[in-house]
Design a protein around this ligand. Structure first.
Ligand code: KIV
Ligand code: ZN
Length: 423
């Protein structure tokens, strides 16, 4: 566990395409998920949770396509602690350069008794079976104890020890309903890490929801308590009030490194473009005063503030807009704009274009500008990724004729739990 004064590398596990996509109004098509996955790669996330393959054929296809095309980050697929889910995730992830099966089951008595209607012992056995089965597909297996923060501590520790013995390499302890508080979740992680005898053989992960507006604070506290992976989403999207916001966690570590005590591999200058792409794809705007990426995050209207910022911007700005990729452009893109303006704005958004890409992006911009007067940053980022997706699809089609058929893994019996698909 990290000591005070240590600076820890924290793994960023992005679940925008899974927990985020699951929220009402945020579902994405295959091509949209692919564009976002590419942008998450540019952003520098360590793990992309690409979807929940058993949930639908579209989800399975999206996970497979992302596994084929996005090669640097680990690509994860979600699976309940059930045989079919794990097989489906294992198959979807087969083409990945680095794959992770993320299997989960609830551990709180409330969920066990009222939702799953199984005993603690059945839950323990299902957890072990799920991890054992997942390890047949990949040596990178994550186990999540859903509703961990409301689970009985003795039972949770038994489950954690058992799944690590079964081969889980990451153990995620979600605050599924956003019920915890920072002091509580820090002590929770500290306690489990100290008490579980084989805790040093796995990486602990935090996954916080924002029902009380504490998801980011709780994630930071969990890291203080020993979590070395943080699960989060772009713009904080996710079930109900959302998940911990990626950009907020990352910028705390950057701006307040003196207090946070951890670093991430995120390229912060790609944050704004990523946020805007998500807006373009989902059609859901970010609230104006949202930290880091909201329209007003770097805007100053009050006279006293304007005066201060004009004299020295540090009076009212604790980070530079360009550090998160927000550039104050005076160029307005429309149908009269030239190629050069398009190229410059893309560069300001952290998107370097080849000559061919610039030609295509320019044509896309002019087409869109014919329909609406102004082309926004979100539109432009979206056009760039559309062009790149089309290029990759061409390359994919060419490759497909050369990829050999891989037969599915042989099957073997396991515990079956009769619960539905919903997470
Ligand atoms: O919130 C949660 O518990 C989840 C799990 C599936 C990890 O999203
Ligand atoms: Zn969640």
């Amino acid at each position: 566990m990290a000591e005070i004064g240590d600076v820890m590398n924290v793994v960023v596990f992005d679940t925008t395409l899974r927990d985020g996509e699951q929220a009402p109004g945020f579902s994405m098509r295959l091509d949209e998920k692919l564009r976002l996955a590419r942008q998450l790669d540019l952003l520098g996330v360590d793990v992309i949770e690409a979807g929940f393959p058993i949930a639908s054929e579209t989800d399975a296809t999206a996970v497979r396509r992302i596994a084929v095309e996005v090669r640097r980050p680990i690509v994860a697929g979600l699976a309940r602690a059930q045989r079919q889910d794990i097989e489906c995730a294992g198959e979807a992830l087969r083409p990945a350069a680095r794959s992770r099966i993320h299997t989960f089951i609830a551990t709180s008595d409330l969920h066990l008794e009222r939702k799953l209607r199984i005993t603690r012992e059945a839950c323990l056995q299902a957890s072990i079976d799920a991890v054992t089965r997942a390890r047949r597909y990949t040596d990178d297996v994550q186990f999540s104890a859903e509703d961990a923060t409301r689970s009985d501590m003795d039972f949770l520790c038994r489950v954690v020890e058992a799944v690590i013995d079964a081969g889980a390499t990451t153990v995620n302890l979600p605050d599924t309903v956003g019920y915890s508080t920072p002091d509580e979740i820090e002590a929770f992680f500290r306690h489990i890490r100290e008490r579980v005898p084989n805790a040093d053989r796995a990486r602990f992960s935090t996954h916080c929801h924002d029902d009380l507006g504490l998801a980011v604070a709780n994630s930071l506290a969990a890291i203080r308590g020993g979590a070395e992976q943080v699960e989060c989403t772009v713009n904080g999207i996710g079930e109900r009030a959302g998940n911990a916001s990626l950009e907020e966690i990352v910028m705390v570590s950057k701006v307040r490194g003196d207090r946070a005590g951890f670093v991430t591999a995120i390229d912060t200058t790609a944050i704004y473009a990523t946020s805007q792409l998500l807006v373009a794809v989902t059609g859901e705007a970010v609230q104006a005063n949202k930290a880091i990426v909201g329209r007003n995050a770097f805007a100053h209207e009050a006279g006293i503030h304007q005066d201060g910022v004009l004299k020295d911007r540090r009076t009212y700005e604790i980070m530079r807009p360009e550090d998160v990729g927000v550039t104050r452009s005076t160029l307005v893109l429309g149908k009269h704009s030239g190629r050069h303006a398009v190229q410059q704005r893309c560069e300001e958004l952290g998107l370097a274009l080849s000559r061919l890409e610039l030609d295509r992006v320019y044509r896309g911009m002019v087409r869109l500008a014919d329909e609406r007067k102004k082309v926004s940053d979100a539109d432009l980022v979206d056009i760039v990724h559309r062009v790149r997706t089309a290029e990759a699809a061409d390359a994919d089609a060419a490759r497909a004729s050369r990829v050999p058929f891989v037969p599915p893994m042989p099957d073997s019996p396991t515990t079956e739990l009769g619960y539905g698909h919903g997470v």
